[in-house]
Each structure stands twice: as C-alpha cells, then as structure tokens.
Write a protein that binds this ligand. Structure first.
Ligand SMILES: C[S@@+](CC[C@H](N)C(=O)[O-])C[C@H]1O[C@@H](n2cnc3c(N)ncnc32)[C@H](O)[C@@H]1O
Length: 317
C-alpha cells in the first residue's frame, strides 16, 4: 500500500503510477494553496454566509478545481467536466450545477487577468493578513518572518515554500552502498541530480518515477529523505555504540538515518503513539537491514517519559 493510499484512506490499487502522482500533486498543492483558494471561493460566492455554510465535500471539490485551474496545466474544460461529475456523483445533480457556475466564473476572471486579491495596506497586522492570503501562509508565520527577516526575505521564503519541491535521496550505507553507486545508477537511468553538501544525499527535481520503477528504493539502495531531516541527524551526530531514543519517530526517516550512522553498533528506540505509522517504520527498517538496531515502542511519550527508567546517550524530540 502506498503512502497516498494510507494517508487519504481510499483504495488507489486501480490507479496507475501517473494517476497516483497526480493525486499526490493535487492533494499537496490544494493544501498548500488552501488559504488563497478559500479567499477566491469566498469572493466568488454571492454572500459570505454561502461560503461559511457550504457543505465540506462541496468546498473540497471546489478547492480541487480551483487548484487545478490556477496552478496546474490541466485543460480548463477537463477540470470543469471532472469536478462537475464528481459533485454530481458525490453529492447530487444540483451540486454539479453550482460547481459548474463557480468554476466558469473563475476561468473568466483568470482569462481576463482580474482575479481578486486583497490590498496590502493598513497597519502591520492588516498587511500580514493580506500577504498571508496572497502567499497562502498562516498570519502568525508571516508576521514572525517579517519581524525576523524583513519583508523582502519573508516574501522570498514564502515563494520558495510554495514552489515545487525537489526530492532528496539518501544512500543506504548500511546495505554497503556509497553515494557514487547511487549516482552511477541515476546516470544509467538518465536522471539529473545534484550532490548535496551532506555526503549521503543527492537531489533530483524530475525522474522520481524512473527511480521507483528501477527499484532503487525497494532494493534498499536509498530512501527518500528531506535534507533538512538529514541536518537534524547531523546535529544528533550518532556514534557507533550509542543508545538513542527517537521520540515521535514514525514514519521513521530520521530513525533510519540515525541507525545507519551507528554502523551496526548501538541501538535506536523508536517511540510513537500511532501503531500504523510505527508499522511503516519497521517495514522500512527491515528493508534497510536495520531491524536489529531499531526497536519500536508503541506508546504515548507523555506517559513513557514519566514511567520509563531507561537512560539513553541521546534523545531526539
Ligand atoms: C512529524 S511526525 C514525526 C516524523 C519523524 N520524526 C520522521 O523523521 O519521520 C510526528 C509523529 O509524532 C507522533 N506523536 C504525536 N504525539 C505523540 C505522543 N504523545 N507520543 C508519541 N508520539 C506522538 C505522531 O504519531 C507522528 O507519527
């Protein structure tokens, strides 16, 4: 079962890889742009209470349609058609008509370059509120970043945050691979990469599908791991022989990396309150040959911290 299926809770077995990728892009993108999209949907409703009283499912369908029209290169007619059908099937025929009307209004505004946007004016709080909509970030975060970084840098950071992510791959040294091995395989697959400043990592913008199809993850050559998570592990700096507690560990990206740094000597205890996510962690540990090093603990850290008398060399929280 893939991560999308586990996360969204519906069967993706009948979908091919391209469609699963598209589902992932739509879900991630709609969540990323939700604040901006909701502002537009509200602006297009005749009254504010139409928006605030809208059925959750109808609102979700509109959010998806808005994201596809504004941020994806999907033909407009297909977006309208699909989302109208979705509303009819998931809700009722009348809901389809409403989706049709609102999406067509949006298309017209987009084509005439007249999408509504809040004015950036007033005191700091009012300006942050407007920016939080335009860049789809929480108001408190916008205010905090502007205070610490200045407006220009804060806007750059929000733009970067909203850009398409690249993937980082971490080579699995426990299975005897080096980054050169990984790089050679990527070259064979004609996947462009950049080397990270961390020895175990490479970045790729495109070609993840080729990596998956070639089985690099399944055979345990590498794992998908964000470099920022890698930096956290560099701070922990696991040394062979140490015992480490990873609190709130699942799905285990950092647990696996810390365990591989122990080079076969030492232990990582992976504690998490969520049994299903811990299971994913242990499956990955097996695949990476790290299940001797990692012990899973199913529990609530708040209780465990009070009750356990075990001591560790390092604790990651
Ligand atoms: C963001 S994830 C952690 C990601 C992980 N560190 C990694 O690198 O893959 C947060 C985790 O905290 C767990 N969690 C939340 N509250 C907890 C608690 N009280 N005790 C233990 N785990 C908890 C959640 O189940 C979730 O798996």
């Amino acid at each position: 079962m893939g991560y999308v299926e586990r996360t969204l809770g519906f069967s993706t077995r009948h979908l091919d890889d391209r469609d699963i990728r598209l589902v992932t892009v739509i879900v991630a993108g709609t969540v990323r742009w939700k604040r901006y999209i909701d502002y537009l949907i509200m602006s297009l409703c005749s009254e504010e209470k139409v928006f605030s009283n809208m059925e959750p499912l109808l609102l979700q369908i509109l959010r998806i349609g808005f994201f596809e029209i504004l941020k994806l290169n999907v033909p407009a007619y297909a977006v309208v058609d699909e989302n109208v059908r979705l509303a009819k099937v998931a809700l009722r025929p009348g809901a389809g008509n409403m989706v049709n009307a609102i999406l067509r209004k949006l298309l017209l505004l987009k084509e005439t370059d007249s999408l509504p946007l809040p004015n950036i004016e007033g005191d700091d709080r009012a300006q942050a509120r407007a920016l939080s909509i335009i860049y789809s970030h929480p108001v408190w975060m916008v205010r905090r970043w502007i205070r610490f970084l200045g407006k220009e840098e804060a806007l750059k950071l929000m733009n970067w945050n909203n850009s398409d992510p690249y993937f980082s791959l971490r080579v699995n040294t426990t299975n005897g691979y080096t980054r050169d091995d990984l790089v050679n395989r990527l070259e064979d697959l004609q996947v462009h990469y950049e080397k990270s400043i961390m020895d175990e990592f490479v970045r790729i913008r495109e070609g993840m599908q080729a990596v998956l199809q070639a089985g690099l993850l399944k055979e345990g050559m590498c794992a998908v791991q964000d470099e920022s998570a890698g930096f956290v592990v560099s701070v922990v700096d696991p040394q062979p022989g140490e015992t480490i507690m990873d609190c709130c560990a699942a799905p285990g990206g950092k647990t696996l990396f810390m365990a591989s740094r122990l080079a076969g000597q030492g232990k990582v205890s992976a504690l998490d309150i969520n049994k299903g996510r811990l299971r994913i962690l242990m499956e990955a540990a097996k695949c990476h040959n790290l299940d001797d090093i990692i012990t899973d603990i199913h529990g609530d850290l708040r209780l465990y911290a009070k009750e356990s008398t075990v001591k560790y060399d390092k604790v990651l929280l």
